[in-house]
Design a protein around this ligand. Structure first.
Ligand SMILES: Cc1cc2nc3c(=O)[nH]c(=O)nc-3n(C[C@H](O)[C@H](O)[C@H](O)COP(=O)(O)O)c2cc1C
Length: 135
């Protein structure tokens, strides 16, 4: 089982209908590939966790990196894990906050996840950003 977390930037902000279409398509493909995860969208930033069988996560991420709707993907985490953090979400969604582009990666992640109500979920993301910055 593999977990991969990345942050990226949208070429232009997605309209709600475009985001809906992206989530619907992603959930269908992820369910078929046994991939689960969570997408946080804040301003022009995407923060996404993908979990599942190694091959499935790698193939999904490769497809996502080629998607012209975003660019500047930065992997925050890419590891073998024993269990999933989001077992029941083919692709969960959280509305995120807007980060200042000039801020550090850790500060940007903090700003994006700030509106998430669940403190455990918020800490999940800020923890990864910390690990990445100090690595
Ligand atoms: C921010 C973002 C997140 C995405 N997440 C997923 C995802 O979790 N699963 C997925 O299959 N496609 C996801 N996509 C869509 C893929 O990039 C791609 O458009 C889709 O899989 C269809 O690929 P295809 O046209 O090569 O079949 C995402 C795209 C973006 C921009």
């Amino acid at each position: 089982m593999k977990r991969l977390l990345y942050i990226s930037t949208a070429r232009s902000p997605l309209r709600p209908s475009e985001l809906d279409a992206l989530l619907t398509r992603s959930r269908k493909a992820n369910a078929a590939a046994d991939v689960t995860g969570l997408l946080v969208v804040g301003g022009r930033r995407f923060l996404q966790v993908l979990e599942g069988p190694e091959q499935a996560v790698t193939a999904t991420y490769e497809r996502i990196t080629r998607d012209p709707r975003h660019f500047a993907l930065v992997k925050l985490h890419d590891k073998e894990v024993a269990t999933r953090s989001f077992p029941s979400w083919a692709m969960g969604f959280e509305q995120g906050g807007v980060a200042v582009a000039s801020a550090s990666l850790e500060e940007q992640v903090n700003a994006i996840v700030a509106p998430i109500a669940d403190p455990t979920l918020r800490a999940y993301f800020t923890g990864f950003a910390k690990t990445h910055t100090s690595a």
